[in-house]
Design a binder for this molecule. Sequence first.
Ligand SMILES: Nc1ncnc2c1ncn2[C@@H]1O[C@H](COP(=O)(O)OP(=O)(O)OP(=O)(O)O)[C@@H](O)[C@H]1O
Ligand SMILES: [Mg+2]
Length: 224
Amino acid sequence: MSDALLALESVEKSYPAPGGALRVLHGVSLSVGAGQSLAVVGPSGSGKSTLLGLMAGLERPSAGRLRWRGRDLSPLSEDGLASWRRESVGFVFQSHRLVSVLSALENVLLPLELAGVAPGEARERAAAVLSALGLAARLDHRPSQLSGGEQQRVAIARAYVHAPPLILADEPTGALDADTASAVLDSLLRLNAEKGSALVLVTHNSEAAGRLSRRVTLSGGRVA
Ligand SMILES: Nc1ncnc2c1ncn2[C@@H]1O[C@H](COP(=O)(O)OP(=O)(O)OP(=O)(O)O)[C@@H](O)[C@H]1O
Ligand SMILES: [Mg+2]
């Protein structure tokens, strides 16, 4: 048995389409070790977001399987998969998907509340992570009262406040200026180095990709 945290074995993904199934991923095999950092690069439409959605258990493969610490995830029910995801994965979406009626602080509190962290400690940790991302003065703002880059930083804080073993980030710095983007990447890499959270980062920025320990290129739904 390998010591992979998450392993994909010959994963295929197809979507129904009018002219027959659209095959987006063609037999992708890939593993992420505990504490590793992996950049996923490749042209638009090559299947990067689809791959991340599968790795997060938000979608299921059409064929092939995923293993988490050696355990096959395919027999899990939807509830089982959701509770695995809550404990194991932090996800930053390409579009940030914050809860619009909650403040920045309340959005970041969500994963801590789900993990049963005591309210006082949860508020302290959430505020500290937001402050480290330059948002100390925006804790009580709702998403509509934040700039695009600020919303993205709240989404990043929410993905890693509970220090999950795996963080999946889909172009998390796409909407940010160069300095903020670099600060966000610094925080993700610091978490990777200090807490040992494995990091899978989709990026179009080859300088950013170069700061991670491994790089995988997707091309037409295959690992190139
Ligand atoms: N739910 C879906 N139903 C049908 N087709 C889909 C669906 N999701 C993605 N696709 C198709 O799968 C292909 C890969 O999409 P994906 O979002 O994974 O690309 P990507 O590599 O993340 O691209 P980008 O760099 O533009 O974000 C695209 O051609 C897209 O149209
Ligand atoms: Mg994408």
